[in-house]
Design a protein around this ligand. Structure first.
Ligand SMILES: [Zn+2]
Length: 353
């Protein structure tokens, strides 16, 4: 037996939330401080908070004391970058997702590829959804203006929560064992990252407007488009085939730029929604795909300006007189392929940290 709140959420007889409506997701999870996964309140359960970037990654790359810069230019240490989460959900995520991802990425790129061949992409894809969700929920808790005289808004206020609501449903499916239709899986790329002493062994970047994400740890780089039902996989296929070696950090940022543009230019988008069986409370996340996958026209300058926003902080030490903002934003400078369309194998080899 299910009960419906006025805000549209569904709860079962024990009071457990089966489905968060968009409205309750915004008020309880984005703007409130209930457990971000199950919605428990702090007075109901023990909380121990969840690191936005998993603790095992912080420890692997010695990041606990490193500061990150937020979209409002304020800084926060990784060890303080956490979200309200109850102990139960926190240990569930640890046992059912983080331990496995840590183990397979720890053994390197070959092990990740073998894992995907054997088990499919879902666990890794949902893990990336989880990190993306946590990052942007955290934004909602942080003040956009640290100086209150400039207003009370939070960084998160600029967001349209509709898409994050879908990602929240997907992440809750891990916890609640709900079904997800296979077409809800977005494009996932697992690429070999180049490892040298010249640069950091970790990178994270996401583009909220395009729902794209890049996470690099050691020689493994994950890139994904979270809401395209694999269309970027098809459109990027030719480029993908020409990548013939491990990629430097800046090359991975260029791949991120390509898939970002592909997703922003998708003409007809898939639509995602959640169905709940009123009799037994079973939850299924479904996708409705467009009849045809088509891209709007785009210019090399559009790719150039996305590329520039993703690489500008990385290029300071790359001594190349042609590497200028003007050349990159005009689409005249690339890091992945040379003018003969061949993969660049020595990208960043002369880079100094
Ligand atoms: Zn919880």
């Amino acid at each position: 037996m299910l009960y419906k709140y006025v805000d549209g959420s569904l709860i079962d007889e024990s009071g457990k939330v089966i489905y968060f409506s968009n409205e309750s997701f915004v008020s309880r999870i984005c703007e409130g401080d209930d457990c971000f996964l199950c919605g428990s309140k702090k007075e109901e359960k023990k909380f121990n908070d969840e690191h936005v970037i998993p603790k095992w990654l912080l420890s692997k790359h010695d990041l606990f004391k490193v500061e990150i810069t937020l979209p409002n230019e304020s800084k926060i240490r990784y060890d303080k970058y956490t979200l309200p989460c109850c102990e139960e959900c926190n240990s569930y995520l640890g046992q059912n997702i983080e331990t496995e991802i840590q183990s397979i990425t720890g053994k390197g790129i070959e092990s990740v590829n073998q894992y995907i061949v054997k088990n499919g992409p879902w666990k890794i894809f949902l893990w990336l959804c989880l990190i993306f969700l946590k990052t942007h929920l955290k934004d909602s808790l942080l003040r956009m203006h640290l100086d209150r005289r400039k207003g009370d808004g939070n960084i998160g206020d600029i967001y349209n929560w509709g898409f994050l609501h879908h990602i929240h449903c997907m992440v809750r499916a891990i916890r609640e064992n709900s079904s997800i239709e296979s077409q809800c899986c977005g494009s996932l790329f697992v690429l070999q990252a180049k490892v040298t002493d010249h640069y950091d062994s970790y990178d994270y970047r996401d583009i909220y407007e395009a729902n794209t994400i890049l996470l690099r740890t050691g020689d493994v780089a994950f890139l994904a488009v979270l809401d395209d039902s694999c269309s970027a996989n098809n459109f990027f296929y030719n480029h993908f085939q020409r990548i013939s070696g491990p990629l430097s950090p800046i090359q991975l940022r260029e791949v991120l730029s390509h898939i970002t543009l592909l997703n922003l230019k998708l003409k007809n988008r898939p639509r995602y929604f959640t169905k709940v069986n009123p009799k037994n409370g079973d939850v299924t996340i479904k996708a409705e795909l467009p009849e045809e996958w088509e891209l709007e026209d785009h210019t090399r300058e559009e790719l150039g300006s996305i590329l520039w926003s993703n690489v500008s902080q990385m290029i300071e030490s790359m001594e190349d007189p042609n590497l200028t903002e003007e050349n990159v934003t005009q689409g005249l400078y690339h890091f992945l392929f040379n003018e003969k369309d061949e993969f660049i194998k020595n990208s960043m080899d002369f880079y100094k940290k």
